[in-house]
Design a protein around this ligand. Structure first.
Ligand code: OFO
Length: 164
C-alpha cells in the first residue's frame, strides 16, 4: 500500500474513532439532561461510527498495510442545549466528509483504484449522515427556544431519523 494512502487511512481511522467518542459524549449529555430520544439517537450514531472505524482497520490490515490505533482527545462533554448539540453534530459530519473527499482525491493522484473503490461506501454513508444532520438542525432552528418543541423533537427524533 502506498505510504501516503496508508497515512491517510490511519488518519481516517482516527476521525471515525473521534466521531464515535464525540457522539457517545453527546449521548451521555442528552441522557443526563433528560432527552432520552436524543440520547438513543447519539448512542446509535456512536455505534455506527465505531463500525466505520473498524471497517477501515480491517481493510488496511487486509491490504497488508500498518494500522496505528490512535490516541484520542477528550470529546466536548457538555452543551448549552439541543441547538448547539446538533450544530456540533453537523460540523463533525462535514469535517469527516471533507477528509473522505481528501482521501478520494489522493487515491486518484496515486492511481489506487482499489482504495478509491472501498471509499465509495463512505461517500454514500456521509451523504446520508450529512443530510440527516441538516434536516434535524433545520427542525431545531424552526423550534428555536420553545421548550415544548424540544420535548416533541426528543420524542420524535428516532422516527424522523429512520424515515430520512
Ligand atoms: Fe459519519 O463519519 Fe463515519 O463515515
Amino acid at each position: 500500500m502506498n505510504s501516503t494512502i496508508e497515512t491517510l487511512l490511519n488518519s481516517q481511522i482516527k476521525y471515525e474513532a473521534q466521531a464515535s467518542m464525540q457522539y457517545l459524549a453527546m449521548a451521555s449529555w442528552a441522557d443526563a439532561t433528560g432527552y432520552n430520544g436524543v440520547a438513543d439517537f447519539f448512542y446509535s450514531q456512536s455505534e455506527e461510527e465505531r463500525v466505520h472505524m473498524t471497517k477501515l482497520v480491517k481493510f488496511v490490515n487486509e491490504r497488508g498495510g500498518n494500522v496505528s490505533i490512535p490516541k484520542l482527545d477528550q470529546p466536548k462533554p457538555s452543551y448549552q442545549g439541543l441547538n448547539e448539540l446538533f450544530e456540533k453534530f453537523l460540523e463533525s459530519e462535514m469535517f469527516v466528509t471533507e477528509q473522505i473527499n481528501h482521501v478520494i482525491y489522493e487515491c486518484l493522484q496515486h492511481k489506487d483504484y482499489n482504495v478509491h473503490n472501498f471509499m465509495q461506501w463512505y461517500v454514500t454513508e456521509q451523504l446520508e449522515e450529512e443530510a440527516m444532520a441538516r434536516t434535524l438542525l433545520d427542525k431545531l432552528n424552526i423550534i428555536g427556544n420553545d421548550k415544548s418543541g424540544h420535548y416533541l423533537f426528543d420524542r420524535d427524533i428516532n422516527t424522523i431519523a429512520a424515515n430520512q
